[in-house]
Design a protein around this ligand. Structure first.
Ligand SMILES: [Zn+2]
Ligand SMILES: [Zn+2]
Length: 262
């Protein structure tokens, strides 16, 4: 009994120690993206607003509330992972494996997460799963950066499982996991920014064209429901024929390129 009590206290401490970082990452990334958009809207880039519609306060409240809920789900998974490391289910890697290896692991994680995101996202659009998993995220038709974690708990759980699954097979240092989480949340809030943040040449460059844009994900929210499932990259969508047929046209129109015809 005493052992159980000690364990519960220890899990509480782990939860609390990670609380600040978990919520901090979400709110800092969301507020920085909002601040960036606010500044850009006072420049010539104001024409890059993707939709005419604005998110309502009700939308923003819902996005923040459900993101708080998702952050708690992520924290619970973090506690399980840390306890799992202590009892040897997951390997604990304290130190860097060298810059080259760390960067390789980080790149591997990003590509693996992109595939995980694409396929779980597509699965959640299946009518049998949609209602319970993903409908909540799509209540944001005009998303704001706060929508980054605006999920129903089952979707938050599915997203959170990526890191434990990865760590189960590939022992990765904590610094790499944290770097991954930072890249992921920045990518996530900027994808929901509502204003196109990528340079106008983005889709003309042979490399950057495979990295998705704010318009790419915005179109998924605003009617292009069965297109643009990808997160970091566009190649899964291109490979599986789910890239929105008007994606390039819409992007060029938003950034004011001449070839835009609509
Ligand atoms: Zn979706
Ligand atoms: Zn979204």
């Amino acid at each position: 009994m005493q052992a159980l009590e000690a364990n519960i206290i220890e899990w509480g401490v782990i939860f609390w120690n990670n609380f600040e970082r978990q919520f901090g990452r979400y709110f800092i990334a969301a507020f920085l993206t909002i601040a960036l958009v606010w500044v850009l809207k006072r420049t010539a880039w104001k024409s890059r607003k993707i939709q005419n519609r604005d998110a309502s306060w009700r939308d923003i409240r819902r996005e923040i509330f459900s993101s708080i809920q998702s952050n708690i789900v992520y924290l619970i998974i973090t506690v399980i992972m840390i306890v799992g490391m202590q009892i040897g289910i997951f390997q604990r890697v304290e130190d860097s494996l060298g810059l080259g290896m760390d960067l390789l692991l980080l790149t591997g994680m990003i590509f693996a997460h992109d595939a995980y995101f694409y396929w779980t996202h597509r699965a959640m659009h299946h009518p049998k799963l949609y209602k319970h998993f993903h409908r909540h995220h799509h209540k944001s038709v005009t998303p704001t950066p706060f929508a980054a974690y605006s999920f129903a708990p089952p979707e938050a759980l599915l997203n959170a499982l990526f890191i434990p699954l990865w760590q189960l097979f590939i022992a990765t240092p904590a610094t790499v996991l944290i770097s991954f989480l930072i890249i992921q949340i920045i990518r996530n809030t900027t994808q929901h920014a509502g204003l196109e943040l990528h340079p106008s040449w983005w889709l003309k460059n042979p490399i950057s064209r495979f990295i998705s844009t704010t318009t790419h994900h915005d179109m998924h929210h605003s009617g292009g429901f069965h297109y643009n499932y990808g997160f970091y990259f566009t190649f899964w969508d291109r490979l599986m024929g789910t890239e929105h047929p008007k994606y390039h046209q819409r992007f060029h129109k938003v950034v004011g390129n001449e070839l835009a015809r609509d």
